[in-house]
Structures are given as structure tokens and as C-alpha cells.
Design a protein around this ligand. Structure first.
Ligand code: TYD
Length: 203
């Protein structure tokens, strides 16, 4: 969005200077200024306020052909997909991603389950997206996850639990960088933004 934002601002400035030069009535210039101002405010709010979180659709999701169902949930909620790709996870990336679990007895089994097939990596954006997505995922163990959550609706396992979702804003930033190159993240503007968030929700 940053590039698009720059282009739009430059265009608006060019249009305004053109209007002034060809002596367009002041009323029309004021109208144009107003729409420029509204555009700037809306977009600066989006820039300041959006979080991007990492979701992995695990082999338990891919193998059970639930990719569409799970992606659909994020889209229907009003979250924006900023990046998405299929990848086969290496030992290295798993050791880094699950570094807090390498000493656990279930770690080898966890790695095997994460490498059983490709996963789908997603970068998902929205206001407070980290917490929103984490709540949608539900608690780790699918048997204990609340119905209505992704894990609660599609899994009955502690390990084959369909999705990974970043657990904090700090980790989300690290994890998005771990799985995506900068050019794989698309910071585009959602046309539905004004219908997804109300006034004052973007602080
Ligand atoms: P963890 O980071 O504790 O949970 P979450 O995925 O909810 O952030 O654990 C990472 C993954 O490790 C978890 O999604 C599934 C697997 N796991 C097991 O296989 N057995 C276990 O007992 C636990 C706690 C996790």
C-alpha cells in the first residue's frame, strides 16, 4: 500500500495544482481538497493501525482438503490476505519456528507432522489481527478448543490441529519475516475497509 499511497498523493497534488492553474472555481477546489484530506486520513489510519500475523495451514488442513474452508473464514471475518504461498518446510525452519519446543518429547513427532506434506503460509492483516486470528484458531488442543473456532470445528488432536497462528505482536513480526520475503507481502488497500471498521476503531 505504501507505493500506492505515494502514487495517489502525488496524483492528488498534481490534480490540485492543475485546478488552481486553469482557474477552476474555488468551490470545486475546496471539494477536491476535502476528498484529498479524507483519503489521507483514512490511509494514514490504516498504515498506523494494521497488524500482520502469520498463519500456517498445517498438513492436517492441506491433507484433509480444508484449505478453502479455513481461508474462507479469515476472508469472511473481514481480514485481509497480504501474502499466501504453499511450501514444504525444512528441518531448519521448523527448529527456528518451534525453538521454544525443541526439548519437548513431542518435538520429533511435531516436525514429522509439519513435514508430512506442504503447508500453506499466509500473512493476514487487520486491526489487532494477531489477537483476532489467535482467537479464531482456538486453544492448542482441538479436543478442548471451543466450537466455532477453527481447531474446535475441524480437529480433535493436540498436534494435528489444522493451523498455526502467531501468539503475540512481536512474534508475528518475526514469523512473517521468517516465512515471507518482503516482496511476497502485498500491502494493498482493501476497498471494503470503510465497511469493515467503524469510525474511531483505528487508533
Ligand atoms: P504451542 O506453541 O504450545 O501451541 P500453539 O500452536 O497453540 O501456539 O505448540 C506448537 C505446536 O506443537 C502445537 O500447535 C501442536 C504441537 N504440540 C504437540 O504436538 N503436543 C503438545 O503437547 C503441545 C503442547 C503442542
Amino acid at each position: 500500500m505504501t507505493l500506492g499511497y505515494g502514487v495517489m498523493v502525488t496524483l492528488q497534488i498534481l490534480v490540485l495544482s492543475f485546478l488552481v492553474r486553469v482557474r477552476v472555481p474555488q468551490q470545486k477546489i475546496a471539494k477536491s481538497l476535502k476528498s484529498t484530506w479524507r483519503f489521507l486520513v483514512t490511509n494514514l489510519k490504516q498504515l498506523r493501525n494494521m497488524e500482520t500475523t502469520l498463519v500456517l495451514l498445517k498438513p492436517s488442513c492441506v491433507q484433509r482438503q480444508l484449505i478453502g474452508e479455513v481461508v474462507n473464514r479469515f476472508e469472511r471475518r473481514g481480514l485481509r490476505i497480504s501474502g499466501m504461498k504453499m511450501m514444504q518446510l525444512s528441518d531448519e525452519i521448523l527448529r527456528e519456528h518451534y525453538s521454544h519446543l525443541v526439548d519437548k518429547p513431542f518435538f520429533p513427532g511435531l516436525c514429522a507432522s509439519m513435514q508430512a506434506s506442504p503447508v500453506v503460509a499466509m500473512a493476514i492483516s487487520g486491526v489487532e489481527a494477531v489477537q483476532v486470528v489467535r482467537t479464531m484458531a482456538g486453544v492448542t488442543n482441538g479436543r478442548q478448543a471451543a466450537p466455532g473456532t477453527i481447531r474446535g470445528d475441524y480437529s480433535v488432536s493436540n498436534q494435528q490441529n489444522i493451523v498455526h497462528a502467531s501468539d503475540s505482536v512481536e512474534n508475528a513480526a518475526i514469523e512473517v519475516k521468517r516465512f515471507f520475503k518482503p516482496e511476497e507481502i502485498f500491502d494493498y488497500q482493501s476497498g471494503a475497509f470503510a465497511y469493515i471498521y467503524g469510525n474511531g476503531e483505528c487508533k
